[in-house]
Design a protein around this ligand. Structure first.
Ligand code: G2I
Length: 449
């Protein structure tokens, strides 16, 4: 039986409303009592300031003193990578990763996990695998390592450096890529299942400005958000020389506008303009509420992987450089902090019986923007087409997927596209949209068409 929308009750019954606060709202103005360490200065706006740490240096007192005083987030430089944690298939060693984690947590710092899957620093046994055997080994690795560190990691770089350099905007060839294009989303799903509390990030380099590579990643993140693949953040490594790209802030902002956090994950800057560039990078992050923190890739110049380039904030002897002061001043100058992000799930039932359907929305909102994913569920008979009505009083749709729409704001009617109009009895399909402003009170009502 096919019912028209007129024969279906459109009185919505809101059956579930859950609101979960995901972030802290901390907004402090620049103050006379400026903070005197990087971590404390970043914390004033709800952000962190971190560094990569090498387990082998935890016996160096100069190193540890600076680490403990200045940083409130830590990334293991190498110790949580695949070759370090699973040197033989199925045999996991966490001793060095745990040393870094325990030192950090014991001193009140949080930890970014780096990196579950990467084409580099794979153990030899994995380099020799391919196809479903590699897929299975890789996902098992994600599950095991994320489970070992469950509840202790602020954010994981789930996948590192999977996009190609140059103008293609596509994926890099690798043994992992050859297992199928969906390897990245499979990794994110496995990580979410293993540690639901960790933010899950995609991390890459040469993606600091708007270019083909960063746009390829942008498109992947947008696709993941539209299909409900769990992704929470994008890492911009920011290994820079002399300057940040002129569109650095715009690039951070466009990722933030997709509804993910952005983190500067491996910052180091060489060259004579170093202090200015560090200041500019920090100000760009501070200007975007969802840029939640900055990590430098090491502490002293002598700790850097960029031997001889002196790209960090402290000299080899541990003295603060002009770049340090530029960063500290920019952090103290303040900026809108990571504002409260709320996820709201609302289920609206309209005659879920024969010919009817139910719509529910999962809404991710932050100051100034939102992403809504709407699930259409058929009642006790199949749908051959559907319509969903929403009201957007204080927001404007800027992008939508998997549905047609009657407008961009106010009362909007969404309708199926050709590939998702048929929904079996009890089955469901999803569409979504993102926009500026607010989408609160967006109560979807579904009708068969
Ligand atoms: O290459 C710079 C970074 C780019 N993004 C991902 C990061 O994970 C990467 O970090 C670097 C580490 O800083 C290096 O320390 O990753 C390198 C490996 O690709 C690390 O280098 C390795 C050396 O290649 C090994 O020979 C050495 O045994 O460090 C190992 C431990 O010192």
């Amino acid at each position: 039986m096919k019912l028209t929308s007129r024969s279906v009750s459109l009185v919505p019954i809101v059956s579930t409303v859950a609101t979960v606060a995901l972030g802290a709202s901390l907004l402090l103005a620049a103050n006379a009592n400026a903070a005197t360490t990087l971590g404390a200065a970043a914390a004033q706006s709800g952000r962190y300031f971190g560094t990569a740490v090498a387990a082998g240096k935890l016996g160096d007192q100069t190193y540890v003193n600076i680490l403990n005083a200045e940083f409130n987030m830590v990334t293991a430089e190498n110790e949580m990578k695949w070759d370090a944690t699973e040197p033989n298939r199925g045999q996991f060693t966490y001793s060095n990763g745990d040393r870094i984690l325990n030192q950090a947590i014991g001193n009140g710092k949080r930890v970014r996990g780096h990196a579950l899957l990467w084409h580099q620093q794979q153990p030899g046994w994995a380099q020799g695998l391919g196809g479903s055997d590699l897929r299975q080994a890789a996902l098992n690795h994600v599950t095991q390592v994320a489970t070992h560190y469950k509840g202790k990691i602020y954010a994981w770089d789930v996948v590192n450096e999977a996009f190609a350099d140059g103008g293609s905007g596509g994926r890099r060839d690798s043994n992992l890529q050859r297992t199928g294009n969906d390897w990245i989303e499979a990794a994110f799903r496995a990580a979410r299942a293993a540690d639901p509390a960790a933010k899950l990030c995609y991390n890459d380099y040469n993606t600091d400005g708007i270019n083909a590579k960063s746009t390829g990643i942008y498109n992947m993140v947008r696709d993941f958000k539209s299909r409900g693949v769990p992704i929470d953040c994008v890492g911009l490594q920011s290994h820079l020389s002399n300057n940040a790209p002129s569109d650095y802030q715009a690039n951070i902002q466009r990722f933030a506008d997709l509804g993910v956090d952005v983190q500067i994950t491996e910052l180091d800057i060489s060259g004579s303009n170093q202090a200015n560039a560090y200041g500019a990078v920090t100000r760009a992050c501070m200007a975007v509420p969802r840029c939640t923190g900055i990590t430098t890739w090491g502490i002293r110049d002598t700790d850097s992987w960029r031997t001889g380039e002196n790209p960090l904030l402290f000299t080899g002897s541990g003295a603060k450089k002009p770049a340090y002061t530029a960063v500290l001043d920019a952090l103290n100058a303040g900026g809108p902090g990571p504002t409260t992000t709320t996820t709201t799930t609302t289920t609206t039932t309209n005659n879920p019986g024969p010919g009817g359907c139910t719509a529910s929305v999962s809404l991710n909102e932050w100051n100034g923007g939102f992403v809504a994913n709407i699930k259409v569920t058929a009642g006790s008979s199949a749908l051959t087409g559907w319509r969903v009505a929403t009201t957007l009083s204080n927001g404007t749709v800027t992008n939508a997927w998997s549905a047609g729409r009657s407008g961009n704001s106010g009362a909007i009617t969404w309708s199926n596209v050709d590939y998702n109009g048929s929904v079996p009895a009890g089955g469901s399909t999803e569409f979504g949209f993102q926009g500026t402003g607010s989408a609160s009170g967006l109560t979807p009502t579904c009708s068969a068409s």
